[in-house]
Design a protein around this ligand. Structure first.
Ligand code: HEC
Ligand code: HEC
Ligand code: HEC
Ligand code: HEC
Ligand code: HEC
Length: 276
């Protein structure tokens, strides 16, 4: 697993992803790897919602504007496939073509082949534990940044990687790099700005990780969200109280029994709901 900065821009998807290969991490972190693979981060291009919307953005957005398909690298792929930073212009254009094929091609075999190829692009262990793991955006190569809980990780002996503690990785700002926006929230409201302005500003204490990575023994890598029914259920509580009363019905000289119902609906989410 080299993952050093590559000298020449990658010309194929295999060349592009090789330096960021995290399949080896599964040898020892089997459970985390499985959780991650099933999470939206593990399918951040080939998730059908994303794939179809990328197709539409390419055909009805890029192709009909001044922009070019090579611009996909800067406008979409940086967050959805962080490996893209080493791709050549030709490869970015090829990836755009593959996305259109994966959704629109009449031949099912061609669609499947394109999806298989594109699934190599995702937000993997290296994206979070190296590429995005430090505040200044300049991580050291051959380094795994972690929460600093492990006593003696065997990374150095096994494959020559240092393990370095990163406080930033445990902060909400880390998630905000992709789930947020650099513009002021008035111009670009995001889930991260909702978290800061409507949760933290009103006394919220939890980090994104505290809710989304809560695990019994270790940090959960399934990243449950709005599509996980049990997770969503915990975030909504409904309190209903009813009291009996009576009132005078003026049109007729009558005392009528009544019920006063109080409904209190609370959100325990860390941001606006539903958002996604
Ligand atoms: C700043 C990082 C960033 C950039 C740039 C970005 N995305 Fe995303 N995208 C995200 C994140 C984070 C989510 C998950 C959002 C959520 O579920 O709240 C997401 C989700 C999506 C989804 C799924 C939404 C849904 O729930 O149906 C689609 C589709 C998508 N992005 C398409 C695009 C396209 C097309 C572009 C380029 C025009 C793009 N994205 C650029 C970060 C980014
Ligand atoms: C040879 C086995 C092995 C391989 C391969 C391996 N790890 Fe580890 N890793 C461990 C062990 C063992 C620990 C320590 C567990 C403990 O003490 O709780 C650890 C700890 C960690 C931690 C926590 C560090 C901290 O700061 O607490 C992270 C993050 C991590 N590994 C990521 C990775 C990633 C990413 C890969 C793939 C690039 C990887 N590991 C490959 C065995 C391995
Ligand atoms: C979307 C970002 C993201 C991805 C992808 C990701 N991690 Fe993590 N990981 C984190 C964060 C954040 C933490 C620290 C959570 C905390 O303690 O607050 C963490 C913690 C860990 C830990 C320490 C767990 C513990 O609690 O002792 C290990 C080990 C680990 N990750 C391995 C991996 C491996 C292996 C992969 C790939 C299969 C992976 N991670 C993918 C963000 C990510
Ligand atoms: C490298 C960019 C990146 C980072 C860093 C990142 N995410 Fe994401 N995240 C995404 C994208 C893109 C998606 C959408 C993928 C999809 O829908 O296929 C997503 C999806 C999710 C989802 C599922 C959304 C849903 O619709 O249910 C959750 C939850 C989530 N992220 C939480 C986190 C948390 C918590 C952190 C920080 C520990 C984090 N993410 C860090 C890019 C990122
Ligand atoms: C107090 C717990 C809590 C905190 C803190 C929290 N979340 Fe959530 N999050 C939830 C719950 C519960 C849901 C499902 C209901 C909903 O959509 O609000 C959710 C949904 C999501 C989703 C998927 C649906 C959507 O709204 O797009 C994403 C992505 C997400 N959170 C990311 C984050 C990020 C990034 C942070 C930190 C900036 C964060 N969350 C902070 C509890 C939390």
């Amino acid at each position: 697993m080299p993952f050093t900065a590559s000298a020449a821009p990658a010309a194929t998807i295999d060349e592009l992803v090789a330096p960021y290969d995290s399949s080896k991490c599964a040898d020892c972190h089997e459970d985390i790897h499985k959780e991650w693979q099933g999470s939206w981060h593990g399918q951040s291009i080939v998730d059908p919602r994303v794939l179809k919307t990328f197709r539409t953005f390419i055909l009805s957005g890029l192709d009909k504007s001044q922009a070019k398909r090579k611009d996909l690298k800067d406008v979409c792929l940086g967050c959805h496939a962080p490996q893209i930073r080493d791709a050549s212009e030709e490869l970015v254009i090829k990836i755009g073509e593959m996305i259109v094929t994966a959704v629109d091609d009449k031949d099912a075999a061609k669609r499947e082949a394109a999806i298989k190829e594109l699934s190599k692009l995702n937000i993997n262990c290296i994206a979070c534990h190296n590429q995005y793991a430090v505040a200044d955006g300049n991580p050291q190569p051959k380094t795994i940044y972690g929460p600093g809980k492990a006593k003696e990780p065997p990374h150095k002996d096994e494959f020559g990687f240092d393990t370095v503690k990163s406080e930033y990785l445990k902060s909400s700002k880390f998630c905000g790099k992709c789930h947020g926006c650099e513009l002021p929230s008035k111009e670009c409201p995001t889930l991260y700005s909702s978290y800061e302005e409507h949760y933290m500003a009103h006394g919220g204490k939890e980090t994104c990780q505290g809710c989304h990575m809560k695990g019994e023994e270790y940090a959960n890598h399934k990243f449950p969200g709005i599509y996980d029914k049990d997770f969503v259920k915990e975030a909504i509580s409904i309190d209903i109280t009813a009291n009996t009363t009576e009132y005078v019905y003026h049109l007729e000289n009558k005392i009528v029994p009544g019920v006063v119902v109080n409904v209190k609906l609370s959100s325990h989410s860390g941001h606006g709901m539903p958002h996604g």
